[in-house]
Design a protein. Structure first.
Length: 390
């Protein structure tokens, strides 16, 4: 059967009302991370797993932070589609209650509507439509609802990897946009810069060395900073963001110490050591110009390696061909963000990220997702899965 015919069968079996009812129930259940409490969705997730005939396994590092793996079929290859159950705090500025979802102008509003409960509902609806369509397949589908994505995945996909969960391919409906799929993500490293000076009275600053002023000479250049390093041309250049700064003890004391934390996002082809060496060179050059500068590179607090999957990978080909056949314009790009696709890919599971997003409403007040996009993605993802395992 052709891709287009399969997609048409899946589309004709897609139940929009069921999908939206599932999404409403997901949003209404508050799973703000921290603390997460994804276990509150247990009955809802188990019910939806049963409706698609899945054999359910619950893998938990903490009983309040479960990961649900619904297995359908047997054999190779296996494809997982993973969405997360936790959401970020609602914050301020909402027009209506963030956990009382509503529909308006073809959109569903509520915290998690896009990130990531809309995708969870769409992926479930797509898999269910594939099962109902009667299309025959030989491989295994893993429909997954995971915990802790918003705070690093220690209780989620990282733990699943530790426990040996390793499908052949994975779809992560949590990045990109409706017309852009993500095949790679930059690495990230948070560097501490520690600046030392000499304490003195605030009325006689000339008798001291102000560590804040000295480090400001370094960070002032970061807006136009060039790492001057070669990297994979599928990525945008590396970036550096000054995210935190703290120093001094009182306004009337010359600050003898200042700490700055920077977030460096670097593409495939560049290593953490190369970034560290480049920052060290810049610090040394500043020291040559000013003998009172004493800035040191401290500990790396957070690190994520860059990754990219090969353009010729079967998953990329299936995604590309399916999108083309069903008339969904699709670009393939890399991202500066971090999703569980990185965790999967770095553990040997090729993963592609995609999203029903078209308006960048992640994490904002009045978060929403377009219903039309949920339907399109449900059909696309289910058809890609079918193409890989038929």
């Amino acid at each position: 059967m052709s891709i287009l015919d399969a997609a048409d069968k899946i589309k004709s079996n897609l139940d929009k009302e069921e999908m939206l009812n599932f999404l409403f129930s997901l949003i209404e259940t508050e799973t703000v991370n921290p603390p997460g409490n994804e276990y509150l969705l247990h009955d809802i997730i188990i019910k939806c797993m049963k409706e698609i005939g899945a054999e359910v396994e619950i893998i938990s590092k903490d009983e309040k932070r479960p990961n649900y793996i619904g297995k359908i079929g047997t054999g190779k290859p296996s494809v997982a589609i993973l969405s997360h159950m936790d959401v970020v705090p609602p914050g301020e500025g909402w027009t209506k209650h963030p956990f009382q979802p509503y529909e308006e102008d073809g959109k569903i509003y509520g915290r998690g509507a896009l990130d990531n409960k809309g995708s969870l509902a769409a992926s479930w609806a797509g898999v269910k439509a594939l099962i109902k369509s009667g299309l025959k397949f030989k491989g295994t589908i893993y429909f997954c609802a995971v915990s802790d994505e918003e705070m690093g995945s220690d209780y989620g996909v990282e733990y699943l990897m530790e426990k040996g969960f390793k499908p052949d391919y994975a779809i992560v409906p949590d990045s990109g946009t409706i017309d852009e799929a993500i095949i790679g993500e930059k690495g990230a490293a948070w560097f501490d810069l520690e600046s030392y000076g000499k304490q003195a009275h605030g009325s006689t600053p000339e008798l001291g060395i102000n560590s804040i002023i000295k480090v400001s000479k370094l960070i002032a250049d970061f807006e136009k900073f060039d790492f001057n390093l070669k990297y994979d041309n599928r990525f945008t250049p590396p970036t550096i963001n000054v995210g935190m700064i703290s120093g001094g003890n009182a306004p009337n004391i010359v600050a003898s110490r200042c700490n700055v934390t920077v977030d460096v996002r670097y593409p495939y082809g560049i290593t953490e050591e190369m970034v560290k060496k480049r920052l060290s060179e810049v610090i040394e050059n500043l020291k040559k110009k000013d003998k009172d500068v004493d800035i040191r590179l401290g500990e790396i607090k957070t690190r994520h390696l860059p990754h990219v999957i090969d353009n010729e990978n079967d998953l990329v080909e299936a995604f590309k061909n399916t999108a083309s056949e069903i008339g969904m314009p699709m670009r393939f790009a890399t991202s500066s963000g971090i999703t569980v696709a990185k965790i999967l890919s770095l553990n040997g599971v090729p993963a592609i990220a995609h999203s029903p997003d078209s308006d960048h409403t992640w994490h904002i007040s009045d978060e929403y997702v377009r219903i039309e996009n949920l339907e399109k993605c449900a059909v696309l993802w289910a058809t890609v899965i079918y193409k890989l395992i038929k």
